[in-house]
Design a protein around this ligand. Structure first.
Ligand code: ADP
Ligand code: MG
Length: 317
């Protein structure tokens, strides 16, 4: 099977859903229409075999993950994902693998009404790069650099399950139900596009938690030239963390990656209104701390003790 048959058989198979696609797969470039009141957001993430996933995982799951981590980046900008391109590098042609993989790509793109408009197919060590293009009203996308001293810091969900799943990959004594639940968190993150409209309206900065809360919040702090203090007890832990990790649970929630929840900041006078609207919309989020002038990250304990926390998270090099 050559490159062109792979594209035709597995990727150029879904009828175009969006009427803003002028043309998609088949030309040297795709063309889309961006309305004049919208700005275009572009994000790329690569998944490499044995780094981001194990080659023995189900190809369907690997494909979903490649889409979902990119959707999360667009969600972190408070934007709406619209179009995707896929650069796929395969060591060989395994048609069963390709069929599952393509199904995972098409299903997860369909879930967010994203059209696959192009890509590249090459031979080499297994990896995939998805580029996702999204839109937000002009001037309304949210960056990392807008946090101000006094802003409150929130996260959109419980943390640590995905990294707990990684740490238990080789463990044999984990009950089956826990393993299934944790692997689902690792393989099928839930990118928080549901927060986009609220973030556009209220947030001063946002980031998705891909490398761990402490590392990702530090990116907000550096970009905004501020620091942050978190209430240790307010950090929402996935309920399995304390069971498996006891007093190390908070540390994993602070340093573990792959959760793909959002961390964002709000001016304090908006907090009440924000939480009220979120609740009306059935969106849960947690207030975990405050931005301050002094650089660095600090943790406060219930007894009032405040300690410096060295941010740790995943880094490739
Ligand atoms: P070129 O030789 O001009 O780079 P290709 O032969 O690589 O073009 O690709 C042919 C068409 O198929 C292009 O429109 C490209 O965007 C698309 N394409 C290639 N690989 C993929 C893929 N894995 N998924 C989706 N579209 C793809
Ligand atoms: Mg090409």
């Amino acid at each position: 099977m050559d490159e062109f048959s792979i594209i035709q058989q597995y990727f150029n198979v879904v009828p175009q859903r969006r009427d803003d696609v002028v043309f998609g797969i088949g030309d040297d470039a795709a063309s889309v229409r961006v309305p004049s009141d919208k700005e275009l957001l572009i994000s790329t993430d690569t998944l490499v075999s044995n780094v981001h996933f194990l080659p023995e995982w189900d190809a369907y799951d690997i494909a979903c993950k490649a889409v979902l981590v990119n959707v999360s980046d667009i969600a972190a900008m408070a934007a709406t994902p619209c179009w995707a391109t896929l650069a796929l590098t395969l060591p060989n042609v395994n048609e069963d693998w390709l069929a599952s993989f393509a199904r995972g790509i098409h299903d997860s793109l369909a879930q967010y009404e994203i059209d696959l408009i192009g890509g590249d197919t090459t031979c080499g060590p297994l990896s995939m790069t998805l580029t996702l293009l999204g839109v937000a009203p002009v001037g309304k996308s949210i960056r990392r650099n807008g946090a101000r001293p006094g802003d409150v810091i929130l996260v959109t969900g419980q943390l640590g399950a995905a990294s707990l799943a990684v740490s238990l990959l080789k463990a044999h004594n984990v009950p089956k139900d826990d393993k299934i639940l944790l692997m689902d968190k690792l393989l099928h993150p839930n990118p928080r596009v549901d927060f986009s409209a609220l973030l556009q309206r209220f947030a001063t900065s946002a980031i998705d938690i891909s490398d761990g809360l402490s590392a990702d919040l530090s990116h907000i702090c550096s970009a905004s030239r501020v620091g942050a203090t978190l209430a240790r007890d307010a950090i929402p832990l996935h309920p399995l963390l304390p069971i498996y990790l006891k007093d190390k649970a908070v540390d994993m929630a602070l340093t573990g990656g792959d959760d793909y929840e959002l961390c964002f900041t709000l001016p304090p006078h908006y907090l009440g209104e924000f939480l009220a609207i979120a609740e009306q919309q059935g969106l849960v989020c947690y207030t975990i701390g405050m931005i301050d002038k002094a650089p660095g990250l600090r943790l406060t304990y219930p007894d009032g003790q405040c300690v410096t926390y060295e941010p740790k998270g995943y880094s490739h090099f």
